[in-house]
Design a protein around this ligand. Sequence first.
Ligand code: SAH
Length: 275
Amino acid sequence: MGHATVSEQSRHKPPVVPGAAKSGGIKGLQGITATNSNTKISASRLRTVAAPSQSERLSAANLGLNSERMRTVMIERLLSQGITNDRVLAAMQLVPRHAFVDGALASRAYDDAALPIGHSQTISQPWVVARMISIAAEVPGAQKVLEVGTGCGYQAAVMAQVFSQVYSIERIRALYDMSREHLRALKLARIRLTYGDGMAGLPTAAPFDAIVVAAAGLKIPQALMNQLAVGGVLIAPEGSSTQRLVKIQRTGLTNWERQELEEVRFVPLKAGVQT
Ligand code: SAH
């Protein structure tokens, strides 16, 4: 294993904004709210891009042409936050994030935040999605990728614009069903969804060129590392109260190199399934 390099991200934790969840906060997650879950922990870089105006937000309730403009603002913000991969930016310009959240939250779908999707889970902050997929996209010729933690299906939809074979696994039955509906509505049914425990990976489809984990465990499961192709990369948050994005590259049959990236806050990676 290689040594860890810690990035120069600020350790500053943003204040928790109460009342962000659709029905009085996400229950059962200590200290985790819709605004700090599956997000980067750091002060945003200086924003040169204006957030959508109040009227843009309000009219986004009947998101028509407006969602295109809101996505453009989101893309400009991602650029200002250091996301540079053209394929990832193009994918996120295309995928309607508002179609993956509850209608009541649609007007906030392009905010720089995670949002609740029910069952104490969240749709990841756009920056988190962009960052993780950008790292996966650096693997030369990457085609077959696995996501652990489908949630509402948004990240899988973005991955499907960048990679030709996308597998995703979710442990909560209701979210698995919901993501299937979202992806079918967008004609993205070719994404292979599995209901199961992603800590075990998907041995029948392995090896993967990249694995993206959308929930944080204390330690990255060895089973997932074993399902990487040599040269492949795994990106996952690791830790409990303090978490970091970790990039692991498989450099040989028995060799993996580890690099620590930004401090983040994700929902927990849990064993087993929930019916
Ligand atoms: N990828 C989502 C983020 C979902 S939040 C997006 O597009 O925004 C993380 C998801 O990981 C949750 O739905 C949670 O249920 C799921 N999860 C947690 N542990 C898991 C496991 N062991 N296997 C599969 N999914 C898991």
